[in-house]
Design a protein around this ligand. Structure first.
Ligand SMILES: *Cc1c(COP(=O)(O)O)cnc(C)c1O
Length: 404
């Protein structure tokens, strides 16, 4: 039989779970885009977007997904033939590399593979080797959503400073913003990107670039810039239409207003970060128990210091056990888990030994505990060997985090 009737839970790393309040805020007639309430409401978004990213930098907004934001950064900073250093810890770092290469930028990609955090010593050495300072920017992911590795951005900044290199630092926070602690200004970041459908809890379709004055100056003569992607009128435009280079994403903006009210004004960013950290530790505790004495179940990232608080990548082997488990959770229990992205080539049977559990967006303890209990039910139903005590361990983490 199936027990999937009821409210479904999409626990994949984007689109994330959206609050009903966000959906309800979007459910309205089309507003006037030329004057009035929409303009006032949109003016209130920019200060809150700065709080989320920990910055006083410029903000440019785009109608587009994460892939669009990579091109926004590429086009505003670079010319054909420019050199950049990309620090990759998973499929999304490689995706940004591909986007740069396709636009004619020369990429030195330091690829740390699928399970290993970036080695800042190697980053520093690569920058020191660039004596002529031809590298225009160091680009990386804060969280690579495929591997769930979280890069230590202050350590990356320190490596750049130790090398005495003047390159810009640009960080893809599409998976992490609104989940993992992030402080653009304190950490010395010049460019940050994020999209609406992950930690910001809004449907896919909007993205943001925060850029410092240093980045604006460095990109002033960028040869790849085109009118649509130009971040200057989007950040500074005196006319409302310039903020979008055309019609505004009206309903997304109402959703975003509600989401920012919840994140910034009601819960507060430190509490948002603490919630995601506690839920991440809850997931890790379950995996540690399932994998005890069973080498087939393991988290992808060994060191907790380098694990994302937004998403957890793991192996449930041997293949195809991860795919069998995902299928069972979806069809029998109404829970959709993430595929294992970039862990094995498409078409390789090994692909079916990996999955991801998302804990990003509007998620609570009961939702995460429900995910873990459902996964354990799948293991029992499918005879997937696993160590005991996972649910008690997960409940213990929640109990300690929430307190009495
Ligand atoms: C989701 C994601 C992207 C791609 O975003 P799309 O909206 O799917 O284009 C890029 N980088 C990171 C880190 C992501 O998590």
């Amino acid at each position: 039989m199936t027990l999937a009737q009821g409210r479904p839970y999409l626990a994949i790393p984007g689109p994330s779970v959206m609050p009903d309040r966000v959906l309800q805020a979007m459910h309205r007639a089309a507003p006037n885009i030329y004057a009035g309430a929409l303009h006032d409401m949109v003016a209130s978004l920019w200060p809150d977007l700065r709080v989320v990213a920990g910055t006083t930098a410029n903000v440019a907004a785009y109608i587009g997904n994460g892939h669009a934001l990579w091109e926004a950064v590429n086009s505003n900073l670079f010319s054909r033939g420019d050199k950049v250093l990309l620090v990759a810890t998973g499929a999304f770092g490689l995706g940004w590399t591909a986007s740069l290469l396709a636009m004619g930028v020369q990429v030195e990609c330091l690829d740390f593979g699928r399970s290993t955090p970036a080695d800042m010593g190697r980053v520093e050495a690569a920058l020191r080797a660039d004596r002529a300072h031809e590298i225009r920017a160091v680009l990386t992911t804060h969280v690579d959503t495929a591997s769930s590795i979280r890069t230590d951005i202050p350590a990356l900044r320190a490596a750049m400073d130790a090398a005495g290199h003047p390159a810009l630092l640009a960080v893809d926070c599409i998976a992490s913003l609104g989940c993992d602690e992030y402080r653009m200004d304190d950490w010395g970041v010049d460019v940050t990107i994020a999209a609406s459908q992950k930690g910001l809890m809004v449907p896919p379709g909007m993205g943001f670039v925060w850029f410092s004055e240093k980045a604006r100056a460095a990109g002033r003569n960028a040869g790849l810039r085109t009118p649509y992607w130009d971040w200057t009128p989007r950040a500074d435009g005196a006319e409302f239409w310039q903020l979008w280079h055309g019609t505004a994403p009206t309903h997304h903006l109402y959703g975003l207003r509600e989401a920012l009210t919840m994140l910034v004004h009601e819960e507060g960013m430190p509490a948002v970060w603490a919630r995601h950290a506690a839920l991440a530790r809850t997931v890790w505790a379950a995996f540690d128990s399932w994998g005890a004495g069973n080498a087939e179940i393991a988290l992808n990232v060994a060191d907790p210091a380098f694990r994302s608080h937004a998403v957890t990548a793991a192996r449930i082997g041997p293949a195809p056990n991860a795919t069998r488990l995902r299928d069972w959770c979806e069809t029998r229990a109404g829970l959709t888990l993430g595929i294992g992205l970039g862990m094995a080539p498409p078409g390789d049977p090994a692909y079916h030994g990996f999955l991801r559990v998302a804990h990003m967006g509007h998620v609570s303890a009961h939702m995460t505990l429900g995910v873990l209990a459902t996964m354990e039910a799948a293991m029992l139903a499918l005879d997937i060997p696993h160590g005991p005590g996972a649910l008690a361990a997960a409940a213990g983490v929640v109990a300690r985090a929430a307190g009495a």
